[in-house]
Each structure stands twice: as structure tokens, then as C-alpha cells.
Design a protein around this ligand. Structure first.
Ligand code: SF4
Ligand code: SF4
Ligand code: SF4
Length: 559
């Protein structure tokens, strides 16, 4: 008697392989697939999570184009890349579905006839509500209304699916024209990590999405085991995808205990290949052209346009050496791509960075090599079920700390800062968005090791993740999670390398702690011990902030 039908495991519009092979595995019928359907060389398509269309959301955000101030905050906080913005010439929307919303975009960086749209993927959205919570544009006549408002998904599904499909047909904006130093500009860039299977409202995934928007077409990622390896490579599907040129992050998973070294290996092999390519190209300069070889060897790749020009030059060389019949030419073909800048990233959680992989991480930052390390810090082993890590804060309950952790968390940032040559940032995207964006850009542009420690609210905290952003603000305002950036380059300019991005704690630590079950459980069964640990943690938070404040106040003007 039911009028409802079970949805197919993947979209009916998905490519054949996704429907016939991946879809069957998603549906739990993988063991019925004939071996002949599986690619003989083991290759597997990427960008496949977006075909799953999980339809988890009971409610989805609905955009009000009239109220919107195009701040870019909604795509910035979305853990599932399910709300996106694009800017396009108005002429391109003449055949748009009648309910597709767009509005003239203001800003000197855009052309006069360009429009902007913030579009939701109704079947990828998980209904976490973070985009609505962050939206600052309120209707003055009706303060309960914003530029984004949640509304039931089922009646909107068909209409918004059509709008989303149309939105995807619109071209991506020219990256050379985007202002990546603003949220509005950076969020127009295409995410190359989408529709992951992370928990609804996960605090980790916005950092990964952001990194792929900024550097995705040249990223190599070494991912430690943990949540990020599960939602990152949740085969048979993967959320990592490519742009229209077919470029996207190269993603690899390794063990807890060797991921930093694994990522360092990427750096070393790329640098070795680049050196070999330079040597071979110099040897063939008479055939390739001396000027072109010099332009490649001296290319400035500190900006994205510089990287794009370098890729064009390398294409020229590839065409030229195709006709050269020599072993050196063939060898050069195999390594020449290493001469275009690559962005090496090492991803993992606190279980990896603070505990099991800590000596490897130390080894890698001490190497001085150009790698970017992103620690998504949930302050507990999340994926394996909530075991204490060295990042677990004092007083929090976790497995192996069932009476509340008696000692303070390790200050990983300070350990890295003590080297002097490591770029270090401690960020929280929901508390300081522009500073988080800046930290990623500074880290990646630094020609040396960079460490970003990113606060990541998690279900293991015993919170409703629709309060993810509130929890980040409480953590920062109470001094639990101070924000700062340490940029060694500033020393060369006679400036203090340490910049504080958060103010002195304005809230008692208790105001943060009482909102999270991981802390307040202890108040229920051992109130005296909980109170003792709270007092100690409160003192530690103030001392730690004062310590950072003193370091940030040191004068570096005299060498
Ligand atoms: S409700 Fe959550 S998943 Fe959906 S678009 Fe907003 S932030 Fe993204
Ligand atoms: S957060 Fe609100 S105001 Fe900002 S871009 Fe999104 S809808 Fe517009
Ligand atoms: S367990 Fe925590 S870190 Fe892992 S996916 Fe869920 S919310 Fe994200």
C-alpha cells in the first residue's frame, strides 16, 4: 500500500560504470558482480560520492537572492560542499529552469553583466543547518528570516535537483580573476572534495574542502588512517574529484605510524624528478630552444597565474620533444610535469599527529622540506570509538580516561614553533573564517614545512553538530582554543613571527565545558574531581594565553 519507492543506490544519470558496478556495490550486491566488470588494471573513477544522492536531509536551505549580501560564508562552513556559488554572464541563464535563482553581483572584480547564484544540492545536503546559522543577512522586517532559511526537502527535491543540474552546467569562473583573499571570491572556486560520507555537520571536512578550492588542481595528499581516510576513500565511492581539465588532488592513504614520512616521500620524489627534468631539458636546449628552457627553469610559480604559464610552457616542450628520437627525450617526457609546482599535503587527526605518528611528524618538520601538514584536531580518536589522545583536554572523559583526563593536552603548536623555521597556525573555521583562509594560503606559500592545527568539532564531543559553529566560538572565547599564526618569514622583515588571532579569554572555561558531554559527564558522577580538574584547566588556559601573548609582544626589530 506504500506510495513510496526505494531510491536507486546512485543517480540514474550517473555514468554507466557508476550505475552498473559502483551502484551495485553501494546496494550491497557487490558479490554478485562478475569479475569481468572490474577494471583489470585496478583503476577506479574519482568524484563518485556525488552520484550517491543520499537524500539525508529532512530540511534544506532555501536561498533568498534579495536578502543575500554575497559574503561567501555559507559555502565556507558547509561540511558537504552542498551549497556553492558561481558567477556567470547573465546571458547564460536564459534557458535556466524557471525557479533557478540568481542576482546581479556587485563588486569591482566582476563584469557589469555578471550574476551570482548560491545553489544547494538538495540530495547531497545533509540538513545540518550550519549555512543558515552562519548567514549574517537578516530580514529587517522579519528578523526570524535570513538570506538562507531551512524548508522541508521532499517538496523541493525535484525542483532543486533540476536547478542544481543546471548550476553544474554553468562554467567555472576564471581563477585568475578571482580574489582569493576574500571569502566571497575564494568560495566561487570549485571544490574538488564533495558529498563526503562524513557525519552530518562534521567539523573536519570544511578544512579539506577549502584546501581543494585553493590548491586542488596541484595537490598530492598523504592521508593518515582515521576519519579523514574513511570519508576520503570510502570505496566504492570517493569524494575527491577533478576539474574540467581533469586535474584534481592525488589522494593516498597510509598507516597511522608513517603518514608524515609517506608525504615527505612525495616531496622528495617530486624534487628529484624536477632536478632530473631540469638536467635533461638543459641537455636538449638546442632542440627545445634556449629561451624556453631558461623561462621554465627561472619561472616564478608563487602565484596561480605563474603556475598556469609554467604548465603552458611545459606543454610546448612536450610537443617539441615528441619528434626527438632519443632516450633523453623519452626520459624527459616521463618527469617533465614535476617542473610545474605541486602542493604536497599531509592530512590526519590528532591520534596520528599527537600520538602514533608524532615522531614521524617531528622528523618531517625538522627536515625543512616544503610540505603542508593539516591536523584536524577532534581532541580524541574519533573513528575508532573515542579513545583518549595526547590532544584530549584535561577533564574530558574518553576511553582510557574514564575518570577524566588528569593532565593537560600537549601543545603541538608550541613544539613546532620552537624550531623557528616551521610555519604554524592554530585555526577554527567557525570562529575566524578569514584568518583560517589566510592561514591556508600562508602555509601553502611558505617554502618550508607548515603545520595547520584545525579545531574540529565532532560527534565524539557529545554535542549536536548543528551547534558546531557555536562550539568553536565558545572554545576560542573561553581560551580553550587560542588562535594564532607563526610565520617565520616575518622575522626577515624585523617583525614578530607570532600573530594572535584571538583575544584574551572573555568567557569562563566552564561556559564552554558545560555544553559538551565529554566534560559534563564527570560533573555527574564525580563532581568534586570534575571541579578540581576544571579549576586546573581554567588556570592552564589563562597561563597558556598569557604565554602566547608575551611571545607575540617580543620586539624583533633589532637583529
Ligand atoms: S544544511 Fe549543511 S549540508 Fe546542507 S547546504 Fe547547509 S551547510 Fe551544507
Ligand atoms: S551566508 Fe547568507 S548572506 Fe552570505 S552568501 Fe550565504 S546566503 Fe548570502
Ligand atoms: S566522527 Fe567526528 S571527525 Fe569523524 S566524520 Fe564524524 S564528526 Fe567528523
Amino acid at each position: 500500500t506504500s506510495t513510496l519507492e526505494k531510491l536507486p543506490p546512485v543517480s540514474v544519470h550517473a555514468p554507466e560504470f557508476v550505475r552498473n558496478v559502483i551502484g551495485e556495490i553501494v546496494a550491497g550486491r557487490g558479490d554478485k558482480l562478475p569479475v569481468s566488470q572490474i577494471p583489470v588494471d585496478g583503476t577506479w573513477p574519482s568524484g563518485t560520492s556525488a552520484w550517491e544522492k543520499r537524500n539525508l536531509a529532512l530540511e534544506i536551505p532555501v536561498w533568498d537572492a534579495e536578502l543575500c549580501i554575497y559574503c561567501g560564508k555559507c559555502p565556507f562552513v558547509c561540511p558537504h560542499s552542498a551549497i556553492r556559488s558561481k558567477v556567470f554572464p547573465e546571458a547564460l541563464v536564459k534557458d535556466a529552469p524557471s525557479t533557478f535563482k540568481h542576482v546581479l553581483v556587485k563588486g569591482k572584480e566582476f563584469q557589469k553583466d555578471e550574476h551570482i547564484s548560491y545553489q544547494v544540492a538538495p540530495e547531497d545536503c545533509t540538513g545540518c543547518g550550519l549555512c543558515v546559522e552562519i548567514c549574517p543577512a537578516v530580514d529587517k522586517k522579519n528578523p526570524s528570516r535570513k538570506a538562507l532559511n531551512m524548508a522541508p526537502q521532499p517538496p523541493l527535491r525535484e525542483q532543486e535537483r533540476e536547478n542544481w543540474d543546471f548550476f553544474l552546467t554553468l562554467p567555472e569562473y576564471d581563477r585568475e580573476q578571482l580574489r582569493f583573499n576574500t571569502l566571497k571570491g575564494a568560495m566561487i572556486a570549485q571544490p574538488l572534495f564533495e558529498a563526503s560520507g562524513a557525519c552530518v555537520g562534521c567539523g573536519e571536512t570544511p578544512y579539506i574542502r577549502l584546501a581543494t578550492q585553493l590548491f586542488g588542481d596541484r595537490m598530492l595528499i598523504a592521508n593518515a588512517t582515521g576519519c579523514s581516510s574513511i570519508y576520503g576513500g570510502n570505496l566504492p565511492t570517493t569524494p575527491y574529484t577533478t576539474n574540467k581539465e581533469g586535474r584534481g588532488p592525488t589522494w593516498n592513504n597510509s598507516l597511522f605510524e608513517d603518514t608524515a614520512e609517506f608525504g615527505l616521500g612525495f616531496r622528495l620524489s617530486i624534487d628529484r624528478q624536477a632536478a632530473t627534468a631540469s638536467h635533461l631539458m638543459t641537455g636538449l636546449k638546442n632542440q627545445i630552444g634556449e629561451q624556453l628552457v631558461q623561462d621554465i627553469l627561472n619561472a616564478d610559480q608563487t602565484t596561480e597565474p605563474g603556475i598556469f604559464r609554467q604548465r603552458e610552457r611545459l606543454e610546448e616542450v612536450k610537443k617539441c620533444i615528441k619528434g626527438i628520437n632519443s632516450e633523453d627525450a623519452r626520459n624527459l617526457e616521463s618527469v617533465i610535469d614535476a617542473l610545474a609546482k605541486k602542493s604536497v599535503w599531509i592530512f590526519g587527526g590528532d591520534g596520528w599527529a599527537y600520538d602514533i605518528g608524532s615522531s614521524g611528524l617531528d622528523h618531517v618538520i625538522a627536515s625543512g622540506r616544503n610540505v603542508n601538514i593539516l591536523v584536524m584536531d577532534t581532541e580524541v580518536y574519533s573513528n575508532t570509538g573515542g579513545q583518549m589522545s595526547k590532544s584530549t583536554p584535561m577533564g574530558a572523559i574518553a576511553k582510557f580516561a574514564s575518570s577524566g583526563k588528569p593532565i593537560a593536552k600537549k601543545d603541538l603548536a608550541m613544539i613546532a614553533i620552537s624550531y623557528g623555521h616551521v610555519y604554524v597556525a592554530q585555526v577554527a573555521f567557525g570562529a575566524k573564517d578569514v584568518r583560517t583562509l589566510k592561514a591556508f594560503q600562508e602555509a601553502e606559500s611558505y617554502d618550508g614545512p607548515s603545520l595547520i592545527i584545525a579545531y574540529s568539532p565532532c560527534i565524539a564531543h557529545g554535542i549536536d553538530l548543528s551547534f558546531n559553529l557555536r562550539q568553536q566560538n565558545l572554545a576560542v572565547d573561553s581560551g580553550h582554543w587560542p588562535l594564532f599564526r607563526y610565520d617565520p618569514r616575518l622575522k626577515e622583515q624585523g617583525k614578530n613571527p607570532l600573530q594572535l588571532d584571538s583575544k584574551e579569554p572573555t568567557l569562563p572555561l566552564k561556559d564552554f565545558i558545560k555544553t559538551e558531554t565529554r566534560f559534563n559527564m564527570l560533573f555527574r558522577f564525580a563532581p568534586e574531581e570534575a571541579e578540581r580538574l576544571l579549576q586546573q584547566a581554567q588556570e592552564n588556559a589563562i597561563k597558556r594565553f598569557n604565554y602566547y601573548k608575551q611571545l607575540a609582544a617580543i620586539s624583533f626589530s633589532e637583529k
